[in-house]
Design a protein around this ligand. Structure first.
Ligand code: HEM
Length: 295
């Protein structure tokens, strides 16, 4: 039995031609955008294959199986625990990354749209001058008075939602726009498309923060037209933190600096890249020129 099981072992891992390890790395990169745990996962898979087979032999011992005479059950449980820990760690790293990515994507798209719309930058400056002045740095407590800044951020996340999709699973069968969805079906909700729907939004693809100056945003939420942070019990718990960071950072960047695009140009060329956090195809490059030097 031992001999026949050895056939299933990832031999290149032991033998060293690296093909299995290379395959594991490719799979890991595709599934989890990481490769650094490939070696450890291979060790665990080898352990599962080896000990799993031996447990089948142990099964033949009938009631004695429970005694785990050869210790294979314990080895398997240990390997499963290590595997769980590993997956948990990878998930946590991803969660952390998604949290940082979303806020940083919001900041990058905000700067792109503001640089590309000088009239918006001018209005933001006028608001900052009248609310904060030019003698001190904008503070978090000023933010609630900066109504136009709020409208700019809302419009940035409407056009470039840092989390473009979310998932729901209906508890019971339901019908959405004539489509019958069976209960428990994992259903992807395209937040990006909903917030660009021309039936809801006038000039849907244009950057017009003014649309949020007088609109009833709660109504948009209720009608499921605008929900960059998701909706309901599973909506984003980090939304207040993300918005607090974004508002005060953008305000400080606008208050203190003038901005030029790469090569001294006035416009930033930016394109949405693939991925869940609305990344850019190329990193944003722009240059600040000190305007005020406030602390
Ligand atoms: C601009 C920044 C952000 C955007 C646009 C955003 C957006 C979202 C969206 C759309 C969801 C799914 C909600 C749903 O399905 O209804 C979500 C979930 C989540 N977000 Fe955010 N997020 C942002 C920043 C953050 C930050 C800074 C944190 C943590 C500090 C965070 C933590 C989470 C967590 C833990 C969940 C999962 C909630 C659950 O499943 O119950 N997010 N986020």
């Amino acid at each position: 039995m031992e001999f026949s099981l050895s056939f299933y072992r990832p031999r290149s891992f032991h033998g060293g031609n690296g093909r299995i390890e290379h395959g594991a790395r490719s799979l890991l990169r595709m599934a989890m955008s990481t490769t650094c745990d490939a070696q450890e996962i291979l060790v665990l898979v080898t352990e599962f294959l080896e000990v799993g087979g031996k447990i089948v032999v142990g099964d033949m011992l009938g009631p004695l199986r429970k005694l785990d005479l050869f210790g294979y059950g314990r080895r398997l449980a240990k390997a499963a625990k290590r595997f769980d820990g590993l997956v948990e760690r990878i998930m946590k790293e991803h969660e952390e990354k998604a949290r940082c990515d979303t806020t940083s994507m919001l900041l990058q798209w905000a700067m792109i749209e503001i640089i590309n719309h000088p009239q918006v930058l001018k209005k933001l400056r006028e608001e900052l001058n009248s609310v904060v002045g030019t003698e001190r740095l904008v503070k978090e407590s000023d933010v609630k008075k900066l109504k136009y800044l709020h409208a700019v951020v809302k419009e940035v996340i409407r056009l470039h939602p840092p989390a473009a999709f979310t998932i729901r699973q209906p508890a019971e069968d339901c019908n959405i726009n004539g489509y019958h969805i069976k209960s428990e079906t994992r259903t992807i909700i395209n937040i990006y498309a909903i917030m660009r729907d021309p039936e809801t939004w006038d000039k849907a693809l244009e950057f017009i923060p003014e649309r949020f100056m007088h609109s009833n945003i709660d109504q948009c939420y209720l009608n499921l037209k605008y929900f960059p942070f998701g909706i309901g019990r599973r909506s984003c718990p980090g939304s207040s933190l993300a918005l607090a960071v974004a508002h005060v950072t953008i305000a400080a960047l606008i208050q203190n600096f003038d901005w030029k695009a790469e090569g001294g140009r006035d416009r930033v060329e930016a394109e949405e890249g693939p991925g869940l956090t609305m990344g850019l195809t190329k990193p944003l490059v722009c240059y600040p020129m000190t305007r005020l030097n406030l602390v």
